[in-house]
Design a protein around this ligand. Structure first.
Ligand code: AGP
Length: 606
């Protein structure tokens, strides 16, 4: 996934472009660049640099681009071609009169590149993107928008494009399929961007460009067309969340800020969705009767969202007695899944742009399933292709490591399970009243974060971690392992505790650390047995245990206590200490917590 910004207006373009890029750095940060049309309107100036955006800033300080009223910029997460300066965007055409930035992946770029080479085009980079600038050059016959519209019809795959040219120096062209692109409407200035936070301090008036749409933008006007050139009426949205929501607000990292926000996110969800008459899941697009008519549920997701889906399986099957299977979205579409009109598919995605999950949604719909999405980004691609949506409204999640989105996804799955099971039932009512206490439990845990930090620092030297959990906390173990590995780069494996004796126990010795989710539950005694097996082999044990449990102290090296809650709700509660543990280990190791190497916030390529 990459980040794109474009500007046209009365201000100097370069500072606007750099400032916007910095707010998109979470989308990828292998390399970055800007391209502007200079004040003579006859020259395109490009500056590119590998590494972080600060490298680009330093380059521009030493080699200024001069004042400009129009420009495009890009921060990259490499898909084709190493993260080098030559592969950084923007990319010029052969004439040097057209320059573009691109987010996505052109799946047929090799075929197109070969054909263009035969027509005399030469290329500088290994990227798929560069062929697009040459295609526009090939089709340019005096109308830039028409040339872009013709070029994109040759492309297969996903793209969000920003294009400027000295042929028509007062126009910024945008086009998209499969990758997000918004247009910001200002006063005597307009913007394009991959995501809202990039331009929220400039304007709150946004057009979400849809798949198959393009725009011709001047500083005074925005016209939207389909790729065939037919004008469309684009809806203008007003963004309500505030700019601070995307700033750190004094926290050392976005991840710490977002972990602290979880209590409020769940509280807002409780207030908005749990009423006297039951559970309000507006947007799902299904009546209670329709909901109960499904014979099975398939949950599709990737990464952390996949772990949330696994919690959903335990909860929905236990409460609503509907069979649930959970698929890693990247596997789902290739396994010839059994899906029909009686199947409810639930896609889970924070960004709503994950290519694998989007592809899974399309496959499920092709096979006749009803698809709803649990998502955190309004108007995102996956939402637009679903039959219904349950927005988590967790606010922008900037840190690459997902925290508040994860607990919000789990919380939404509990609400769905309550609704499917019938909220009026005594057992469900009791669970709902326990569920309402979760925000207070989070605040309780955060009061203890210094202890979690102490335990994390004491164990940050281990070269390998095993995370173990059982039953509804097996997914908690998987998620705890993912959090640790993705921000500290320490190999960490999540496992069902009962499976340890079938292999992983061979790993255990005094050089291994094992994090055990051992809260009071029906499987607590089984967890204690596993802990004793680890202890017998000198493994170092960190237990996540229920406050007041003195028994466990005898068996482990460290205990992180969490407040008591209903067994079924414990994944919500144990998520926070596991997140904090990973965070403090990564900080101790000096890792880049919010922007871990090789990762991007949303993976918009397969
Ligand atoms: C989680 O910390 C990771 N950032 C990653 O696994 C993420 O959950 C996954 O890529 C899915 O993203 P999505 O929720 O935006 O679809």
């Amino acid at each position: 996934m990459c980040g794109i910004i474009g500007y046209i207006g009365n201000s100097d373009a370069t500072p606007v472009l750099i400032d916007g890029l910095k707010k998109l750095e979470y989308r990828g940060y292998d390399s970055s660049g800007v391209g502007v049309i200079d004040s003579t309107k006859d020259r395109i100036i490009v500056r590119k640099s590998s590494g972080k955006i600060s490298n680009l800033e330093n380059l521009i300080r030493t080699k200024p681009v001069g004042k400009s009223s129009i420009g495009i910029s890009h921060t990259r997460w490499a898909t084709h071609g190493a993260p080098t300066t030559v592969n950084a965007h923007p990319h010029l055409d052969g004439s040097g009169k057209i320059v573009i930035v691109h987010n996505g992946i052109i799946e047929n770029y090799e075929t197109l590149k070969t054909a263009l080479k035969k027509q005399g085009h030469t290329f500088k980079s290994d990227t798929d993107t560069e062929i697009v600038s040459h295609l526009i050059e090939k089709y340019y016959k005096g109308n830039l928008r028409a040339a872009v519209g013709r070029a994109v019809r040759d492309l297969e795959g996903a793209f969000a494009l920003g294009v400027i040219s000295t042929h028509e120096p007062d126009k910024l062209i945008a086009a998209r399929i499969g990758s997000p692109l918004i247009i910001g409407l200002g006063k005597k200035e307009n913007f394009i961007a991959s995501d809202v936070p990039a331009i929220l301090d400039k304007t709150r008036k946004i057009i979400y460009l849809k798949d198959g749409e393009m725009a011709e933008i001047t500083k005074d006007k925005v016209d939207v067309f389909n790729f065939a050139g037919k004008k469309v009426n684009a809806k203008v949205h007003t963004i309500t969340f505030n700019i601070d929501a995307v700033k750190k607000q004094g926290y050392p990292h976005f991840m710490m800020k977002e972990m602290h926000e979880q209590a409020d996110v769940i509280q807002k969800m409780i207030k908005a969705r749990i009423g006297k008459t039951g559970i309000a899941l507006d947007g799902i697009g299904l009546t209670q009767k329709q909901l109960s008519s499904f014979k099975k549920i398939i949950i599709l997701a990737c990464g952390t969202a996949y772990h949330a889906g696994m919690v959903g399986k335990y909860v929905i099957e236990k409460l609503a007695k509907i069979p649930v299977s959970v698929d890693a979205a990247s596997e789902f579409r290739y396994r010839d899944p059994i899906v029909d009109r009686k199947t409810l598919v639930i896609a889970i995605s924070q960004s709503g742009e994950t290519a694998d999950t989007l592809a899974g949604v399309r496959e499920a719909k092709r096979r006749g399933a009803r698809v709803i999405t649990i998502c955190n980004v309004v108007g995102s691609s996956i939402v637009r292709e679903s039959d219904g949506v349950l927005y988590t409204h967790a606010g922008p999640e900037i840190s690459v490591a997902s925290t508040k989105a994860y607990t919000a996804q789990i919380a939404m799955l509990y609400l769905l399970a309550f609704k499917l099971a019938g909220p009026a039932k005594k057992e469900i009512k009791k669970l709902i009243s326990e569920f309402k206490k979760v925000p207070a439990l989070y605040k309780d845990i955060l009061k203890n974060k210094a202890e979690i930090a102490r335990v994390a620092k004491k164990n940050s030297h281990f070269g390998c971690f095993l995370f173990l959990g059982r039953n509804v906390n097996y997914p908690s173990a998987l998620e705890g392992a993912l959090k640790l590995k993705e921000i500290s780069y320490i190999p960490a494996e999540g496992y069902a505790a009962g499976e340890m004796k079938h292999g992983p126990i061979a790993l255990i010795d005094e050089y291994r650390a094992v994090v055990c989710v051992a809260v009071k539950s029906d499987v607590y005694e089984k967890m204690i047995s596993n802990i004793q097996e680890i202890r017998a082999r000198k493994g170092k044990i960190i237990a996540i245990a229920t406050k007041g449990d003195k028994e466990i102290d005898k068996h482990v090296n460290y205990v992180i206590h969490v407040p008591k809650t209903s067994d079924l709700l414990t994944p919500l509660v144990v998520a926070l200490p596991l997140q904090l543990f990973a965070y403090y280990v990564a900080v101790k190791l000096g890792c880049d917590v919010d922007q871990p190497r090789n990762l991007a916030k949303s993976v918009t390529v397969e």
